[in-house]
Design a protein around this ligand. Sequence first.
Ligand SMILES: [Zn+2]
Ligand SMILES: [Zn+2]
Length: 394
Amino acid sequence: MAEAKRDYYEVLGIGRDADDAAIKKAYRVLAKKYHPDMNPGDKEAEKKFKEASEAYAVLSDPEKRRQYDQFGHAAFEGGAGGAGGFGGFDFNGADFSDIFGDIFGDLFGGGHRGGRANNGPMKGANIRKSIRITFEEAVFGCEKELDLILKDPCEDCNGTGAKPGTSPETCSKCGGRGQIVYTSQSFFGTVQNVQTCPACGGSGKAIKEKCPKCSGTGYTSSRKRIKVSIPAGIDNGQSVRIRDKGEPGLNGGPRGDLLVEVNVSRHPVFQRQDVHIFSTVPISFAVAALGGDVRIPTVDGDVIYTVKAGTKTDTKVRLKGKGVPSLRNSQVRGDHYVTLVIQTPERLSAEAKEALRRFDELTGNTLNQNIGGGEKEKKKKKGFMEKVKEAFEE
Ligand SMILES: [Zn+2]
Ligand SMILES: [Zn+2]
């Protein structure tokens, strides 16, 4: 079982209502304390640093913070309980270079730190795809397949790009570092600019004789069919992460991930808001007045609902547990809210028209009956109620 993730607010030691400045301040303190450069070889510090960085990446992004507040960690996991295919946080989606530039730019006394060593093992890039599913598929979850072209390290050269029997040499332009530092003088002092080496593209290696199979790229591409498990309760615009189905890593690094954004089609009857479903059901005037059964479509199939006599138009009915499962816990479902709307008939047969006229006569709603007629009716009723009262008082 995976270790339970700590709450991001708890990690940063801030309240749920903390503003941007407070979030940044809290993270700076932790980052300074646990940064790997300050704690060489300390695994626990490294873990704490990553945890805090992840929390900061989410809470400093208004959209991510909103998702987190709503769904917790599940917002970034997609398929908790899936076949171990996903889980974890999309570091590539959060712009970490910005965060580090922002936080560490002044934390470590200025100077450009952009120097992540490019020739060490690096995780491959994430691939982003989107998929369209129906309203019901989003509610109950589904399995989808996605065809994509995936790169794999070339088998002939083991991804080096060098002809079998030869090996890549150190790039002479960058000395194998994969990047070139340009120093320039500016108004503010010496500025160092780090750029990826144009000769080797950052690999730090130079290939004299290219591998014929992959033309020196180190990769072969092939079409792959990937299974995507969409968890029940996913909402439009959320993504599912599939580990290790992204671009291959560099210099022995792990593969990137595949991030599948889910687009949910509109439903002709149901609307959704978070875990709740909304719909409108027409009822006839007769059913509204007399009471009766109406058929209400839900995502679980039709439900027969008994309308009470004397129901007014726009009456809201709550069908408990007929909404969308929560991403956090699919056993918990939202509700389905139905608005009952009384339909005014537009086309009537002569017989139906006559029946309605008769109805108005009987209920005293015609113009003639209303003049002077209403009062009499009330008196009659009052008389009856008084009789009832008398009966009880005895
Ligand atoms: Zn090759
Ligand atoms: Zn180079």
